[in-house]
Design a protein around this ligand. Structure first.
Ligand code: SF4
Length: 224
């Protein structure tokens, strides 16, 4: 069981799955920048975040429901949770764009289900991701593999926050979509080889300047 002060935010799981450095920049260094993708996501969430409650047929819908898990040390809110007449609890998370190649959205949704299971004492076997691009729900089944991945990600985020060390940048294609690109500068400090190249370039620059501007020797004469 975690102390409340040590809870991590549900959104950090998705950030960590996308890029551990992005997670650290946002949640440890408190850096945030908006780009087209984050703006689209924010607008899409406005309806889900309207704190509405409603009922349609045999389904009661609650939006922006605060959720938490003391076992995992996790808190946040669920965009939409449906309570069905037969007892089924069904979380729905709104996302911009289209379904992704990685599992970061599924991990976040599964972590919501783990919170709801602990809070309500029910088993939740499935939920859905609603994508703004195709305006469709995609079913997500919370099988053992996804649950394990979600819990593992929670542990990794706790460890990241415990150490407080921001991982170094590693440039990848996903960086071009990242709103923190200009704060992160992944192309400038991707790895040691890049640093060596940078230093070599700096030294070459000094050599060239020296050649153009000869320096004085110990006796005060200009070197040839
Ligand atoms: S620019 Fe790339 S390395 Fe930097 S935080 Fe974003 S995804 Fe991570």
């Amino acid at each position: 069981m975690y102390a409340e002060a040590d809870y991590v935010m549900l959104s950090a799981l998705q950030h960590y799955q996308y890029c551990p450095r992005q997670c650290a920049l946002i949640h440890i260094e408190q850096i945030w920048a908006e780009n087209l993708h984050t703006a689209e996501g924010r607008i899409l969430h406005e309806r889900a975040d309207s704190r509405e409650k409603g009922a349609k047929g045999c389904v009661r819908t609650v939006r922006t429901l605060p959720i938490r898990s003391a076992r995992l040390g996790l808190s946040g809110q669920a965009d939409v949770v449906e309570f069905h007449e037969d007892g089924k609890v069904f979380p729905v998370e709104y996302k911009r764009g289209r379904p992704k190649a990685n599992r970061c959205d599924e991990v976040q949704l599964c972590a919501q289900a783990l919170c709801l299971e602990e809070m309500l004492g029910v088993a939740i076997m499935e939920g859905a991701l609603f994508y703004g691009r195709n305006k469709r729900r995609h079913a997500v089944f919370f099988d053992g593999q996804l649950r394990h991945l979600a819990e593992e990600t929670v542990s990794q985020v706790h460890e990241l926050f415990r150490t407080g060390v921001t991982p170094k940048a590693e440039y990848a294609k996903k960086c071009d979509q990242c709103s923190l690109m200009s704060a992160c500068l992944p192309k400038s400090c991707t790895d040691a080889r890049s640093v060596r190249k940078y230093l070599a370039g700096m030294l070459r620059g000094i050599d060239e300047k020296d050649a153009q501007h000869p320096v004085c020797d110990d006796s005060g004469r200009l070197s040839e």
